[in-house]
Design a protein around this ligand. Structure first.
Ligand code: AMP
Length: 542
């Protein structure tokens, strides 16, 4: 017997309509290229998203066709999140930090029909345009007076394109399973692979994000999205915020510590989301400039995800910013959210140290995501907080395959996504990532966690950033090499650092050597590029 409940598809347009009805006057603040902050409301975003949907319809855009963006976090990008997906096309956000060749591959592979770009990418567009074989026109996200002097066939102006269009649009009643957005993940080998999100997966994921055991997002929040809208839809926040009426702050291109601090202060940000490197930069700025975040800011939560948050960073935000750190874990293939680290009632009386120990974990799953760890033969391992194994995941906002079936198998025979991460799960359900499969250091048949070592090294007062890689060893197969960037004006020797680690990690984990470098190589999504580092130290002999 079927239930007798109304059947409404879960569509991105319904999120916008809800925002227009429930909190039309809530603001979206966007920092523009000239440094000024533009304010608009969900009502404005809604009206302009509808004008955009009309414009795309007039251009002949068909359901399912891909519309590319090369843009920072800003209100026009937000309009595209709703206008493009709402009218049935697929929003394809491209990471502008990738190499030009990768962008070319991605836009051609996705067969983007139109490419919308921020002015800071005008030169890149001019360079790429002749090689983008499917793009019918390039649309500058700008007013007529700001149009860039570039030579590109079919260059359009966004404000002209939408300006005269009607402010109403009848959103199509789509099948909730149709594609809404596309984001490529760039692995360390092979071509980038497309992850194609549906309306349904996007809405379920956003609802889970809002829950108290997720980011506890609500209309009381002003959320700063440092996490880019071109990487996994800014962790789904443009949808989640519209669902619950949170105010949004979109920082544009300036992501340095001073700019972020200023924006947080001016816009009274309560929740900020980004990768750990961003928060390291902010922390350094606060330290160097002698600022008082507790007096200047209203920050009460910081979400750190995308890479492991070092314990020392968590501690700084807890103590100097008086903000609760929520470590979150996920993947592009997971929309991205899988786990968030929140406390349980039994942690209520935990000391600061105990709380920070807990926050260094990646957290517990949200309803909708299932996780398990398995050994090399695929047998499930116990959830005892000790056994570590290959992490597998399942759920309605997790990819079943890559776009166009290219990029290899994502799932094992039982339909679990193979994350490539190694983790433990404790009896309370807290998952902790110990490494990426390809980064773990194999020493004498045992595994050494590069993340744990990095975490410990970051606790040294002179260390700004740390990465640990395995280097060949005649007896042990591999041994850890600690690569360190020191804080400006600080000094530390190899022996000091190893001495510091001695009481913090198992003796046989102690790195065999320390290398000091000016900077670590980072990927386009803010992770240390271990492969590049391994190449750099390929000839290193212990
Ligand atoms: P991406 O698809 O680029 O977002 O990368 C996903 C990968 O980033 C995961 O498989 C993890 O290896 C890593 N990752 C994401 N969040 C965390 C976290 N909180 N701690 C450790 N690693 C993380």
């Amino acid at each position: 017997m079927l239930g007798l409940m109304q059947d409404h598809p879960l569509l991105i347009s319904s999120v916008l309509e809800h925002a227009l009805c429930s909190h039309p006057q809530v603001e979206i603040a966007s920092r523009l290229q000239d440094g000024t902050v533009h304010h608009c409301t969900y009502a404005d975003i809604g009206q302009r998203a509808k004008q955009l949907a009309n414009a795309l319809t007039n251009l002949g855009v068909q359901p399912g066709e891909r519309i590319g963006t090369l843009a920072w976090n800003g209100y026009r990008h937000m309009e595209m999140f709703y206008g493009v997906s709402g009218m049935g096309a697929v929003l394809h956000t491209i990471n502008p930090r990738l190499f030009a060749e990768q962008i070319e591959f991605i836009a051609n592979h996705a067969e983007d029909q139109y490419l919308f770009f921020d002015l800071s990418f005008a030169a890149l567009i001019e360079q790429l345009a002749p090689r983008l074989t499917t793009v019918k026109a390039f649309v500058a996200l700008a007013e007529r007076s700001q149009m860039p002097p570039i030579v590109v066939p079919n260059l359009l102006c966004y404000e002209d394109l939408i300006g005269d269009e009607p402010e109403t649009f009848a959103w199509p009643c789509l099948d909730e399973r149709v594609a809404a957005s596309l984001c490529y993940t760039s692995g360390t080998t092979g071509n980038p692979k497309g992850v194609l999100y549906s309306h349904r997966s996007t809405l379920l994921h956003s609802m889970a994000t809002c829950t108290p055991d997720g980011f506890n997002l609500s209309s009381a929040d002003t959320a700063l999205l440092v996490v880019p809208m071109f990487h996994v839809n800014a962790w789904g926040m443009p949808y989640a915020a519209a669902m619950c009426g949170a105010r949004l702050v979109l920082p544009g291109a300036d992501l340095d510590g001073a700019s972020l601090y200023d924006l947080m202060q001016r816009e009274r940000v309560t929740l900020a989301l980004g990768v750990p490197t961003v928060w390291m930069t902010l922390q350094q700025h606060v330290q160097n400039a002698g600022l008082m975040p507790t007096a200047d800011l209203c920050l009460n939560r910081v979400v750190m995800g995308g890479a492991a948050a070092p314990r020392s960073l968590v501690e700084t935000f807890e103590t100097r910013f008086d903000a609760r750190v929520l470590q979150a874990w996920g993947m592009t293939e997971m929309s991205p959210l899988g786990t968030v680290c929140n406390a349980l009632p039994k942690h209520r009386d935990a000391s600061l140290d105990e709380r920070i120990d807990l926050q260094a974990k990646q957290g517990r799953v949200l309803f909708g995501v299932r996780i398990k760890i398995v050994d090399a033969d695929g047998a499930e391992l116990p959830r005892d907080g000790k056994a570590s194994g290959h992490l597998r995941v399942k759920g309605p906002w997790i990819a079943s395959q890559y776009y166009r079936g290219e990029g290899g198998d994502l799932l094992d025979e039982q339909g679990w996504l193979m994350t490539g991460d190694i983790a433990t799960i404790d009896p309370d359900g807290y998952m902790q990532i110990t490494d990426r499969v390809k980064d773990v250091i194999k020493s004498g048949g045992e595994w050494i966690s590069s993340i744990d070592l990095e975490n410990a090294a970051c606790g040294h007062p002179a260390v700004a950033e740390a990465a640990v890689i395995g280097v060949p060893h005649p007896k042990w197969q591999e041994r850890p090499l600690l690569v360190v960037v020191l804080k400006q004006g600080m000094l530390a020797t190899r022996d000091e650092l190893l001495g510091f680690l001695q009481s913090r990690v198992a003796k046989w984990w102690l790195p065999d050597a320390v290398a000091f470098v000016e900077a670590l190589p980072y990927t386009a999504t803010g992770k240390v590029q271990k492969m590049k580092l391994r190449e750099q130290f390929r000839d290193y002999r212990l």
